[in-house]
Design a binder for this molecule. Structure first.
Ligand code: NAP
Ligand code: ZN
Length: 362
């Protein structure tokens, strides 16, 4: 089954094009963002101008940190109730969009902090508009929200159809203000999603053309964008690749690659996309026997082979992995084995294989 309930507006002027649909969602909006990016991207000004122009009231929660945690969700949901907002507009990268999804669910279902992952309690959600300002997570078209529990330090996601945004408003101009580091890390996250669309045992072959086109967009445009952050067509292609990655994981979810990355982010603060990229090649080698035909088809579309792929990754000069002590590896192996995404791998993955991948990063 291929399921995508989100209405997508893509390209220059997407916000204007979506405006009638936004106004139908409710009577007062809560804008959800991080501290700086909503403003820096220009999206916040555009949204507030639009709402003010039509005299639509709104409140603004601008306290979403990177890798949002449960306390942030409860604070945002409290403001939602206090301000009597009846829909949510998330502006930012995956962090504000994921946080807004959880806030919309907490508020609509009167959830306690301890119930945020209890998807069986979800009955409703406030409508959500997602306006991405990064080209990476594809969260604007997924049913996932990835949060960190500060009590355990564990980063984990939930997925529920009610978490799909109603509208995704994707205007590449909002990514022109991204610095090189975030541009690189987020593009690698999008690439991870596309690859996991090949690995996942829930994969939908219908997504293959999106996977091939998205990967090609990244290979052909990432370096040009890193050299010139305002590269208009390159930014558009990276945003499209991210959207395709989101549509892909909305069908088949993520796999070992994301499970391996989460502990690096929660323990060392390694950015999400970089965490995935650091384990990308070993995961590809591990899964290649189970996905030979699909990887061959991808590489044919990219006009390269796995060695060429490895050389391309190498040429990006990624920062080295953090120093991984034995104690961290032992704890993370258990965390990875217990992660939800491990049910989607194309073959059985052992504790020893996970340990080896972490050890080889050292
Ligand atoms: P992010 O954490 O949302 O943002 C990273 C940094 O970039 C922040 O400092 C942010 O600033 C800044 N930024 C964002 N847009 C900007 C712009 N246009 N100009 C300048 N700065 C900008 O990064 P992300 O990679 O998009 O999201 C990562 C999160 O999404 C992780 O928690 C990950 O687990 C999750 N994720 C979710 C899904 C899903 O399907 N739901 C999939 C993959 C990953 P501010 O702090 O000011 O916002
Ligand atoms: Zn991701």
């Amino acid at each position: 089954m291929f399921h995508l309930p989100t209405r997508i507006f893509f390209g220059s002027g997407a916000l204007q094009e979506a405006s009638d649909h936004i106004f139908k969602l409710g009577s007062k909006a809560l804008l959800v963002s991080g501290k700086r990016s909503a403003k820096a991207s220009g999206a916040l000004d555009d949204v507030t101008k639009l709402l003010k122009g039509f005299a639509i009231p709104f409140a603004h929660f601008d306290q979403v940190p990177q890798n949002p945690d449960l306390d942030t969700i409860m604070a945002g949901a409290q403001l939602l109730r206090q301000e009597q907002c009846d829909y949510v507009i998330a502006i930012g990268g995956g962090s504000p969009i994921d946080a807004a999804k959880a806030m919309a669910l907490v508020a609509a279902n009167a959830l306690q902090r301890s119930q945020i992952y209890r998807i069986e309690l979800f009955r409703n959600a406030l409508p959500l508009v997602a306006i991405p300002t990064t080209s990476g997570t594809g969260s604007e078209v997924t049913q996932y929200s990835v949060l960190t529990n500060p009590d355990t330090g564990i980063k984990a996601g939930f997925g529920h159809d009610l978490a799909f945004p109603r509208l995704a408003i994707c205007d590449p101009v909002y990514t022109h203000s991204l610095d090189c580091e975030v541009s690189l890390n987020t593009a690698l996250d999008a690439l991870s999603h596309l690859l996991e669309g090949i690995y996942s045992n829930k994969r939908q072959a219908l997504a293959d053309p999106l996977i091939h086109a998205g990967a090609r967009d990244i290979f052909e445009n990432l370096k040009a964008v890193l050299q010139n952050p305002a590269h208009i067509s390159g930014r558009e292609k990276l945003m499209r690749a991210s959207l395709y990655g989101g549509i892909t994981i909305a069908q088949g979810s993520t796999t070992l690659q994301h499970s391996l990355g989460y502990p690096l982010t929660s323990k060392f603060g390694t950015p999400h996309g970089l965490s995935n990229a650091l384990v990308m090649l070993p995961v590809m080698k591990l899964f290649a026997p189970a996905r030979k035909a699909e990887l061959d088809a991808l590489f044919a579309a990219l006009n390269m082979d796995m060695d060429g792929f490895a050389a391309w990754l190498e040429s990006l000069n990624l920062p080295p992995a953090p120093v991984l002590e034995d104690e961290f590896i032992a704890k993370s192996v258990q965390e990875v084995l217990g992660s939800r995404n491990m049910a989607n791998n194309p073959l059985e993955v052992s504790a020893e294989q996970i340990r080896r991948i972490y050890q080889e990063l050292r």
